[in-house]
Design a protein around this ligand. Structure first.
Ligand code: FEO
Length: 171
């Protein structure tokens, strides 16, 4: 199976984007752990693992179609944050960037009639809907519960209930 060089480059760029997301969530998890937000720390450690599985999915796909994947250098993420709400806002923004990149790739597959990559990307399109909804819903909690210490503690507990280890298959 052959994919275009444009598609190959976009998928390789996406590997970097998913790797960057994984690193960024790892930094958030670490900050939450140090700050005492145990629920959020577990949540973001799991989120970091999930992004790594996304990266691996693309690596495997590129290798499977005979377009060797390139393992990228990952830029150091920011390690300091202002608040849990601030972290969730950054996370939502990151996910919106990822969604835009995925949609751009889908457009390329449509233009190039690359049905294999189109089918492969379908999973990512659906995943991004879930990812954005997840962070939007969590941010809504600050409006509903509040921003004082007790409210943030409550939100941290909510995050703890949603910190599930990833079960996504990576192949
Ligand atoms: Fe893999 Fe959350 O984007």
């Amino acid at each position: 199976m052959k994919i275009s060089s444009k598609m190959k480059k976009s998928l390789n760029d996406q590997i970097a984007l998913e790797g960057t997301a994984s690193n960024s969530y790892l930094a958030m998890a670490s900050w939450c752990e140090i700050t005492g937000y145990d629920g959020a720390a577990n949540y973001f450690y799991a989120q970091s693992d999930e992004e790594r599985t996304h990266m691996l999915k693309i690596i495997h796909y590129l290798n499977d179609v005979g377009a060797a994947s390139i393992i990228p250098e990952i830029k150091a993420p920011s390690n300091t944050f202002k608040s849990l709400e601030g972290i969730l806002k950054i996370a939502l923004k990151n996910e919106q960037i990822v969604t835009a990149a995925i949609h751009k790739m889908v457009e390329i597959t449509q233009k190039e009639k690359d049905h294999s990559t189109y089918a492969f990307l379908e999973w990512f399109v659906n995943e991004q809907v879930q990812e954005e909804t997840k962070f939007e819903t969590l941010l809504q909690k600050f409006e509903l519960i509040g921003r004082d210490k007790l409210a943030i503690n409550e939100i941290d507990k909510i995050l703890a209930t949603q910190a599930t280890p990833t079960t996504d298959s990576i192949v």
